[in-house]
Write a protein that binds this ligand. Structure first.
Ligand SMILES: [Zn+2]
Length: 432
C-alpha cells in the first residue's frame, strides 16, 4: 500500500484525536489577539483558547459561514480581517471560482502553502502515485486554486509534473502521449471531454500509458456511473478527491476504493451536524460537514459550515488507514436539493441515472418552478450514431427511479455547453 505518511495515517484513533487536539490548541493560541476575525467572533461568543480542555470542547467555538468571510472581505477590502499575520508574511493569493456569487480571496503564507502541498501529497499517494509517475495537469492555471496545490503535492512525492494550461484538448492529448503521462489530474467532466475529443479526431487513448485519473474541482468521481465511464474511457483507475479554496484539499480516495473518501485527519477536524439544529449526528447518518483546518494559520477556517452533505464511517479501512471515511464521498450540497412534485431530488442522483446510458454524451437539467407546478426538463446530446430511442428509454428509467417523469428532449450535437472546470448542468428557474 502506498502512503504519504504511514505512521500518522495508521495511528489508533485515540492518538489521532490527541494529535488533532494539540494542533487545535496551538492554532487557537496563535490566533488569539492576532487574527482579528476569529478573536472578534470568539469574544462575542464568550470563549477563549484556554477554554478548550479536550477535543470535544471544539463545540464551544462558534461556526463559521462562508457569507461571514465574504462580507468581511467586502467590509475590509480587498483581503478582509481573517489574517493572522502582517501581509508581508503571505506568498500566495487565490480566489474561489465564484460560481455562487462574489469570489472569496484566500491567502497563504510559506508555511500554509507547504501545508497545502502536504494535503495534496496525501491525495496523490492515496491514488498510488509515486516518484516514478508523470502527472499531466489538464487545467488552465489561473487565480482559481484548483490544481495549483496539486503541483506542490507532486513535488513532495517526487513525481514529474507537467502543466497543461494554454493549449486545447487535442494539444493536451498529444503532449500526454509524447511524454508518456501515467496520471491525469483534471475535473471529472474534463476527463470525459478529453475522451470525447479523442474519439472525434480518431486519437487512440491506448497510446497514453495512463493508469490513474485524480479529480478535483467538482463532484463526479464519486457518482458511480460517471466514475465507471471515466474508467472505461481511459482504462485507468479513477480517484475522487474533495477540497475547497477556503478549506484546503481535505479528502481523498485510497487504492482499495471502499466506496468513499478518507479525510486527512492529521490536518483537519471533521464534525457532521444536522444543518437545522447544528447538533452532531451519529456516524452513519447523513448531515452537513463542518471542517476545521489545522495547518493554515494565516487564513484559517474553524468550524466551517461547508454545505456539503456526508455520511461518516469510523471503521479502519482495508488500506490500513485509520482516517475516517465519507461513504460515497460528498453526497451533495445541502442547498442543491430541489423538490419536484414533492420528491426531493439531488443533481448527483439524476446524473448517476443519465450517465448509465453510454449513448448520452452531454446533458442539461432545468427545473422550472411555476406556481405549484414543478417541471424537470432534461436536454440530452447523443453520441454520433446513437439511436434516438435512447431518449425514451432514459425517460422511462428516470420515471422509475425518481417517481415522476421528467421531460427528456433530444438536442442536436454540440448545442450544449462543454466545461473544463465547474460544470454547470443543473439549473433552477423560478418563473413569475
Ligand atoms: Zn482506505
Amino acid at each position: 500500500m502506498n502512503y504519504f505518511d504511514q505512521t500518522t495515517e495508521t495511528l489508533p484513533r485515540e492518538q489521532l484525536a490527541a494529535l488533532q487536539f494539540s494542533k487545535l490548541q496551538a492554532m487557537t493560541s496563535e490566533l488569539w489577539e492576532r487574527n482579528s476575525f476569529y478573536t472578534r467572533k470568539w469574544k462575542a461568543a464568550g470563549v477563549k483558547p484556554q477554554d478548550l480542555r479536550s477535543i470535544d470542547d471544539i463545540v464551544k467555538l462558534p461556526f463559521t459561514k462562508k457569507n461571514e468571510l465574504v462580507d468581511d472581505q467586502a467590509a475590509h477590502a480587498p483581503f478582509g480581517t481573517n489574517l493572522t499575520y502582517p501581509l508581508d508574511a503571505y506568498v500566495r493569493m487565490h480566489q474561489t471560482s465564484g460560481t455562487t456569487g462574489v469570489p472569496l480571496k484566500v491567502l497563504d503564507t510559506t508555511e500554509s502553502w507547504d501545508w497545502w502541498g502536504r494535503c495534496w501529497g496525501h491525495v496523490l499517494a492515496g491514488a498510488g502515485v509515486t516518484a516514478a509517475d508523470r502527472l499531466f495537469m489538464a487545467f488552465a492555471f489561473g487565480p482559481f486554486i484548483g490544481f495549483w496545490a496539486a503541483v506542490e503535492g507532486a513535488r513532495k512525492i517526487g513525481a514529474v509534473m507537467v502543466p497543461g494550461g494554454g493549449r486545447d484538448s487535442q494539444q493536451r492529448l498529444e503532449l500526454m502521449r509524447e511524454i508518456g503521462a501515467t496520471v491525469l489530474c483534471c475535473t471529472p467532466t474534463y476527463a470525459l471531454r478529453l475522451a470525447e475529443v479523442a474519439h472525434e479526431i480518431g486519437f487512440d487513448l491506448a497510446g497514453i500509458p495512463m493508469r490513474a485519473t485524480v479529480h478535483a474541482g467538482e463532484p463526479g468521481a464519486n457518482i458511480p456511473s460517471t466514475k465507471h465511464r471515466i474508467q472505461e474511457s481511459w482504462t485507468a483507475k479513477c480517484f475522487d478527491h474533495a477540497g475547497a479554496s477556503e478549506v484546503g484539499a481535505h479528502s481523498f480516495e485510497c487504492q482499495v476504493q471502499p466506496g468513499g473518501t478518507h479525510l486527512i485527519e492529521s490536518e483537519y477536524i471533521a464534525e457532521v451536524i444536522n444543518p437545522e439544529t447544528g447538533q452532531h449526528v451519529p456516524a452513519g447518518e447523513r448531515g452537513e460537514l463542518v471542517l476545521t483546518n489545522l495547518g493554515r494559520w494565516g487564513f484559517p477556517v474553524i468550524r466551517y459550515r461547508t454545505g456539503d452533505l456526508v455520511k461518516m464511517n469510523l471503521d479502519r479501512c482495508d488500506c490500513g488507514r485509520s482516517f475516517l471515511r465519507f461513504e460515497g464521498g460528498i453526497l451533495g450540497r445541502a442547498d442543491d436539493m430541489v423538490t419536484v412534485r414533492g420528491v426531493n431530488v439531488f443533481p448527483a442522483g439524476v446524473e448517476n441515472i443519465i450517465r448509465k446510458f453510454p449513448e448520452v454524451d452531454e446533458f442539461r437539467i432545468v427545473v422550472s418552478k411555476f406556481k405549484q407546478m414543478d417541471e424537470m426538463d432534461i436536454e440530452v446530446e447523443l453520441c454520433e450514431g446513437a439511436s434516438p430511442d435512447v431518449v425514451h428509454q432514459l425517460a422511462v428509467k428516470l420515471d422509475s427511479m425518481l417517481s415522476f417523469r421528467p421531460r427528456v428532449h433530444h438536442v442536436a450535437r454540440n448545442t450544449l455547453p462543454r466545461f473544463e472546470m465547474k460544470a454547470k448542468r443543473f439549473h433552477v428557474r423560478h418563473d413569475a
